[in-house]
Each structure stands twice: as structure tokens, then as C-alpha cells.
Design a protein around this ligand. Structure first.
Ligand SMILES: Cc1ncc(COP(=O)(O)O)c(C=O)c1O
Length: 395
């Protein structure tokens, strides 16, 4: 049996949906983008949703709209996908890494305040793998120091705090439609915001700074008159082909999340007695939408190594983890590290003169995390096969 880490599941109707814009000739941002945005707002509860080309460009555009300038400092968790930090670099900002809480994989709010200086402009909390970051504390800090919050909700579809969907806590929320996410458009992203002025600015910026988009102009009384441009904007528009695919999945958005939750819960139940594996955390307030199923391999030994500042021990656990991942792969099961520690990647390590030990929890997550296969359409026998293999590991 071959079990991938993730797999795209689309119904025939959803696949067919991309033909509609191809047939009616409206390929660029048009009616389908508008409908997809409305459906996104309805699902998340955000007042405005603005579709763009990726979560990376959603993050970038958010920072531009909030006025981030060269030299501004932006606080970013050290364990996240590199894009969260790259957008700060693209604007000439300074990435200020912050360590994570190993239990949640998310930014540790306790570590934020000491990093704040006169130059700090924003915090980018990341809702990793389907679990929301601790937004109550992060919002308090942001308020105290007058900082913006851009939520990186790339993996956050279906993630809530007290029933409130992520993307509603910061100035903006940024989602990804990469195929490893619960809803996909191939590539694509969405910005949510509850600030009308910001929404208008973001809409203009994604469309060359135009006062009016093509759809509004074509439907208006004088479609031949070109719009004014009040910003030197970008072209970060989603196409109607992508939006058709995204929109077609929205009718079963709840079912998509429920199916992922059922798979995650089954792993939780079956791995309950495996003490060497840290399972994903959730609480009665913070749900988990299982964008993936991230664990820590040999958790007690990892915590011990961190406590004793013993990187060599972490490296040994890393070697053991990799050997086990190899063994699982030989048996047909793909696993992955949950994601990477950005401060350990060459560009950031060199530019900011960093060592792995600067952020020990992010370092540990980098070396010792392991995600197991979880995807819509995963069959019971596939999941049982993974569960049996994990249970067979000799410790
Ligand atoms: C946490 C996080 N932020 C940002 C991104 C970038 O998303 P995109 O590929 O849509 O640009 C990803 C992608 O996986 C991610 O996981």
C-alpha cells in the first residue's frame, strides 16, 4: 500500500466547475472571484474577503496596506513556512524571530514582549496546522504597544477560538489554497478583514491601484471609460478559473473540515497510549481543524535535551526520527517534518547571524517533529495501516 502525506480530493462536479469560465470567456478576476469571496466571508464571518494569488502575496499585500516600510521590525515565529518571514524581507523590513510553544507549534506569547522595540510595527502570528495561535494574549500585547497584527492563517481554514474563525482577530487574516490545504485552487490566497478602509485599499492594491475593477466597469453605465488609479498597485488578482474551483468546494466546507477532524480524532484515540509521541493539542476553546497531523517524536527526551541545552542529544533524536521515517517510507507510508525552523535556513542564518540554539523550541520542532498522512478521501484501511505501523515501533 502507498499512502501519501496528503492528496487532493475533488468531486467530478468541482472539476467540471472550471469549465464554466473557460466557456463563458471570463477568465480573469470577475463574477466567480466575487462569489468565492462572498462565500469565504459567510463561512469565516469576516466582513470582507479579498482573493489574491497566494497566501504569500496575501501576507505581502497586508503589510503594504498597513504601511510597513524599510527598517520596520516585524515579529515572526521561528517555526513556520519561510513565506511568513520572506514577505518582511521583500519590504526591506527586519525579521524578528520569536520562539514557539512546542505543545502547540505556535508562537509563544510569553516570548513576544521582550522583542518589542521602537521600530516594531507588527506581529505575524501563524495558526499552524489547524490550531489557532493564542490570540487573546497576542491582541493584548499588540494593543499595549500599538502594533498591527497580520494573521498567517495559511493552514487555518476551520480553525476557531471560542467559535470565532481565525482571520477575525488581526487587522488582516491570510489564507492559502495550495493543494495541501483543506480547500484548494491550485495556487491562490484570500485576505480577510473587518476594516472597510483596509479592505478597499487591499482591493485597489491587488488590481494596479484601480478605483474600479473590470467587473464593476463592465457592468456599469459607461464600460468604455477607464478607471482612475490612485495607488501604484500590483497585479495579484485571482483568476475566475481558480475561483470557480474554490467556490465549488465551499458548499461542502463543513463536511471537509468534519472529515479531517474525524481522521485526526481517530489518530488521537489510537495513539493515546503511545507516550513517546506528542499528539496535536486542542482545548475546549481552541479547536483543531487538522490541516495536518503534527507530532513530536520522543517528546520526553526532546524536552530533556532542551532543558539541558544539549543540541547533540536533539541531533541524535533527529537521526532516529529520520531512520524511522525511512522505515515507514519503505513500507509505503509518507511522513514529513511538520514544517521548518526558518532561522535555521541558510538565508536567515547567514543574514541575521543565527544559530539553531537561539530558538530552542523551534529547533526541536525542526529536528524532531513528524506529521502523519491525513487527507480528505483517506480510506479506513489506509489510516489503519498507518496506525498499525506506528504502534509497531520498537522503542
Ligand atoms: C504557515 C504558512 N504561511 C504561508 C504559506 C504560503 O502559502 P502559499 O503557498 O499559498 O503562498 C504557507 C504555505 O504552505 C504556510 O504553511
Amino acid at each position: 500500500m502507498k499512502i501519501p502525506i496528503a492528496k487532493t480530493y475533488l468531486t467530478e462536479k468541482e472539476i467540471q466547475s472550471v469549465l464554466e469560465p473557460l466557456r463563458n470567456g471570463w477568465l480573469v478576476q470577475g463574477p466567480k472571484v466575487k462569489q468565492f469571496e462572498d462565500a469565504w466571508s459567510e463561512f469565516t464571518g469576516a466582513e470582507d474577503s479579498i482573493a489574491v494569488t497566494s497566501c504569500t502575496t496575501a501576507l505581502y499585500l497586508s503589510l503594504v496596506a498597513l504601511g510597513v516600510k524599510p527598517g520596520d521590525e516585524i515579529i515572526v515565529p521561528a517555526f513556520t513556512w519561510i513565506a511568513t518571514a520572506n514577505v518582511v524581507e521583500h519590504l526591506g523590513g527586519k525579521v524578528i524571530f520569536c520562539d514557539i510553544d512546542l505543545k502547540t507549534f505556535n508562537i509563544n506569547p510569553q516570548s513576544i514582549e521582550v522583542l518589542i522595540t521602537e521600530k516594531t510595527k507588527a506581529i505575524i502570528p501563524v495558526h499552524l496546522f489547524g490550531l489557532a495561535a493564542e490570540m487573546t494574549q497576542i491582541k493584548e500585547i499588540a494593543k499595549k504597544y500599538n502594533l498591527f497584527i497580520v494573521e498567517d492563517a495559511a493552514c487555518g481554514f476551520g480553525s476557531t477560538i471560542n467559535g470565532i474563525h481565525v482571520g477575525n482577530f488581526g487587522d488582516t487574516g491570510c489564507f492559502s489554497f495550495h493543494p495541501r490545504k483543506a480547500i484548494t485552487t491550485g495556487e491562490g490566497g484570500m485576505i480577510t478583514t473587518n476594516n472597510k478602509n483596509l479592505a478597499n485599499k487591499l482591493r485597489k492594491l491587488r488590481d494596479h491601484g484601480s478605483e474600479m475593477n473590470d467587473l464593476q466597469r463592465h457592468l456599469g453605465p459607461k464600460p468604455y471609460l477607464l478607471s482612475d488609479h490612485t495607488e501604484a498597485g500590483y497585479n495579484l488578482r485571482m483568476t475566475d478559473i481558480q475561483a470557480s474551483l474554490g467556490l465549488a468546494q465551499m458548499w461542502r466546507a463543513k463536511a471537509i473540515i468534519n472529515e479531517r477532524c474525524a481522521l485526526g480524532e481517530k489518530y488521537n484515540k489510537e495513539f493515546k497510549n503511545i507516550s513517546w509521541l506528542q499528539k496535536p493539542q486542542k482545548t475546549s476553546i481552541y479547536n483543531h481543524s487538522y490541516q495536518s497531523y503534527p507530532c513530536i517524536f520522543e517528546i520526553e527526551r526532546v524536552l530533556n535535551a532542551i532543558e539541558n541545552k544539549n543540541s547533540k542529544k536533539l541531533q541524535n533524536i533527529n537521526i532516529e526520527r529520520n531512520e524511522w521515517m525511512d522505515l515507514l517510507l519503505d513500507k509505503g507510508v509518507s511522513t514529513r517534518p511538520a514544517t521548518h525552523a526558518v532561522h535555521m535556513l541558510s538565508y536567515y542564518r547567514k543574514k541575521y547571524n543565527l544559530v539553531p540554539e537561539n530558538f530552542p523550541y523551534a529547533q526541536a520542532a525542526n529536528e524532531c517533529s513528524i506529521s502523519f498522512p491525513l487527507y480528505n478521501g483517506m480510506k479506513q484501511n489506509e489510516q489503519n495501516f498507518v496506525i498499525n505501523l506506528v504502534n509497531q515501533r520498537n522503542t
